[in-house]
Design a protein around this ligand. Structure first.
Ligand code: APR
Length: 229
């Protein structure tokens, strides 16, 4: 299972690609790079500080909740990978979420490598609680950096029975290529998205709002596997 910005859109989380506005005069995609961080560290820290603070104003929606229910039905048979850096899956009740692009609520120290939960600001360049150096950055994966947990994700893709992609445009690799790994491994593939994604290799595709499509699909699957309710 792969989720993208589309699953959080109805919660009011602004996405990079769908947002039409600039942020402080910058294209958000231009801010999400190691080069941008090197050039203007304060600007990038402020961008992520603002996004981190905005989490307090959003809430999980019916699609996040349906996937949390699915975890109670499937247990370890559900492997949930998200490209999202928000914490809405966790707040809906999912307990095993693989954040391949990192998390807004985490920081890592460029001096000592220590990673930690972080819900405050970083633009004020606080000291790392581990080594005392003011070298913390958001623990998010920028364009050009290696996503987290790729070995485990590839194993899951090659061994799954069903790969489901929810709310992602299929523009950004490596996630955009997951459907092809799953097909190579013999999996069925299903896309739930507002529109057909760029990669049209899915066996099945349903178009609509995540808050409608995901609960309906979870109900179908749960009844097929004989879950109560
Ligand atoms: N329900 C379902 N799908 C939706 C909804 C909705 N309510 N709203 C938008 N979508 C769909 C859009 O049609 C689009 O196909 O969700 C998709 C969102 O695409 P992107 O904005 O490209 O987001 P995503 O695919 O997650 O981006 C991947 O790119 O910017 C980087 O690192 C960032 O993780 C992000 C990655």
């Amino acid at each position: 299972m792969l989720t993208g910005a589309g699953i959080s859109a109805e919660s009011g989380v602004p996405t990079f690609r769908d947002s039409d506005g600039l942020w402080e005069g910058h294209d958000p995609q231009q801010v999400a790079t190691p080069e941008a961080f090197e050039e203007d560290r304060a600007l990038v820290q402020r961008f992520y500080d603002a996004r981190r603070a905005s989490l307090a104003r959003v809430h999980p929606n019916a699609a996040h909740r349906a996937l949390a229910e699915l975890e109670t039905v499937l247990g370890d048979d559900l492997f949930l990978v998200t490209q999202n850096i928000d914490d809405l899956h966790e707040r809906a009740g999912s307990t095993r979420v693989h954040h391949m692009h990192g998390e807004l609520l985490a920081a890592w120290c460029q001096a000592c490598g220590h990673r930690m939960h972080w819900d405050g600001t970083l633009a004020d360049e606080p000291d790392c609680p581990g080594c005392g150096t003011a070298a913390l950055r958001p623990d998010v994966v920028w364009f050009g950096e290696m996503p987290y947990g790729m070995d485990e994700i590839h194993r899951a893709l090659f061994s799954c029975d069903l790969f489901v992609s929810i709310g992602t445009s299929g523009v950004v690799y490596p996630a955009a290529g997951f459907v092809d790994y799953a097909i190579a491994g013999g999996s069925e593939t299903l896309e739930l998205n507002l529109e057909r994604a760029l990669n049209s290799d899915f066996h099945l595709s349903r178009q609509g709002l995540a808050t409608e499509l995901v609960p309906a699909w979870v109900a179908e699957l749960s009844s097929a596997v004989g879950a109560p309710g």
